[in-house]
Design a binder for this molecule. Structure first.
Ligand SMILES: [Zn+2]
Ligand SMILES: [Zn+2]
Length: 436
């Protein structure tokens, strides 16, 4: 296929002998003004790769690229907005555009059948980038999560005494993450020849030859990108920030079960802040909270959040809330938001819990694990209520809008849902032992 690209016809510019007054300044002498389709055809006849630009007779003011390929003249509506384009790809010059068009046309004609078959036998599974990039730790990412327990909520039983007793809370400190993550593909222009890491074929064209995952750097054809499994293993070097980074992306990059910010802040708070009055309600000095954010972004899990760095525990509590609030997708994801709100609106306590439990099971695994860990922590916070004066209701008020944000932000929904947001969090804290 690389060979084919080399064989492709080079562009031949057919220039107009007269200076055209109507010539836009971004076109050169290949501009012929308003000539007929037939005349253009005559001018190009016989020379493969020959091209010119004409003004459309049917729609004056619009331009057409006439290009000779496969013994016929192809006509494309040509656009300019600082760059030249006829389709998705944008070019600096018409010459580049034609070069790319000729390569694409040539390869797609010559190798049509081959391209159609290209993806049916990908190298990805048996060779794949897992073995191409050996130094990278890449797990086969089957969806493994702590098997969620089925819970029966019975009317006559006290809600807080579940039929199935769960074992002691495991913090699963061992490093592991089997979460699925989709790749974050963006159109990419490769310098020099590149081959697709999914189908192993050459990526043809001059620009925008394929897509690259901005989290792990996987390079594939655009058509192949739809077939690549959701097994992105983000590369720490590509993840610029800790805050405002997608939750699943961050845990996969750090190879942890939960975002390390959550673990580190909670550990620090449990160490020295559980009795602090107004924990999570009292704000830390915002410049210091911002400071913590910067040091996480800069130093990752080496960030120093100890008492010697920040004596006031409210700064750490504030940083944890900020981290959760700034997630691009909240812990309770946008698409499950209304399910949780509806659940909280149910009149009967048992069905309310049942509906919340159902919704929890649909969360992405990394989000579920984060929420589970956070709720167990908040439950412990309420056990020090005598000192910190924080009830599950207080915490619900604080954490409701932090963990849940409506997909479409508007003042009215936010106001209307506040009661339910609070209730969802309050219930998750009070019944964390049955719900998770
Ligand atoms: Zn990726
Ligand atoms: Zn491919």
């Amino acid at each position: 296929m690389y060979q084919l690209q080399q064989e492709a016809q080079r562009p031949k510019r057919i220039t107009c002998p007269h200076e055209m007054e109507s010539r836009p300044k971004y076109y050169g002498r290949e501009f012929y003004g308003m000539i007929s389709r037939e005349y253009a055809d005559e001018l190009l006849a016989g020379a493969e790769g020959a091209y010119l630009i004409r003004e459309s007779q049917r729609q004056p003011g619009t331009h057409t690229l006439a290009l000779r390929f496969g013994h016929q003249t192809l006509n494309y509506r040509l656009f300019y907005d600082g760059k030249h384009f006829v389709g998705e790809k944008r070019f600096e010059s018409v010459h580049d555009l034609v070069t790319d068009a000729l390569i694409t046309l040539y390869i797609e004609t010559k190798a049509a059948e081959y391209i159609a078959k290209m993806t049916t036998n990908p190298i990805y599974e048996h060779l794949g980038y897992t073995s191409l990039i050996k130094d990278k730790m890449v797990h086969r990412l089957s969806r493994v999560r702590t098997e969620p327990r089925r819970v029966t909520f019975q009317r006559d039983e006290r809600i807080s005494s579940p039929l199935v007793q769960r074992g002691a809370l495991k913090d699963t400190p061992e490093k592991q993450c089997f979460y699925e993550k989709i790749h974050n593909f963006k159109v990419h222009t490769f310098r020099g020849p590149h081959w697709c890491e999914y189908c192993a074929n050459f990526m043809w064209g001059l620009i925008a030859q394929g897509v690259r995952c901005s989290d792990c750097g996987l390079n594939v054809h655009k058509q192949c990108s739809k077939l690549v499994p959701s097994d992105c293993q983000p590369d720490l070097r590509r993840i610029k920030k800790v805050f405002s980074c997608d939750l699943t992306t961050l845990v996969k990059a750090h190879n942890t079960t939960r975002p390390m910010v959550v673990d580190m802040c909670i550990r620090e708070i449990e160490l020295r802040g559980m009795k602090s009055e107004g924990l999570y309600r009292v704000s830390g000095f915002s410049e210091h909270v911002e400071d913590v954010r910067l040091s996480f972004d800069r130093d990752g899990d080496k960030a120093d959040i100890s008492a010697s760095a920040y004596a006031d525990i409210n700064i750490i509590a504030g940083a944890l809330k900020l981290y959760l609030r700034d997630l691009p997708i909240p812990v309770i994801t946008f698409d499950l938001y209304s399910k949780f709100i509806q659940a909280a609106k149910l009149p009967i306590a048992e069905s309310r819990l049942e509906a919340i439990h159902e919704s929890l099971l649909q969360l992405p695994p990394a989000h579920y694990e984060t929420l589970r860990y956070l709720m167990a922590h908040l439950k412990r916070v309420t056990q020090f209520e005598k000192d910190n004066l924080m009830t599950s209701e207080n915490l619900g008020i604080v954490y409701g809008p932090t963990l849940m944000q409506p997909p479409e932000q508007n003042a009215l929904t936010t106001l209307n849902d506040m009661r339910q947001q609070k209730l969802v969090v309050q219930l998750m804290i009070e019944h964390e032992d049955v719900l998770f």
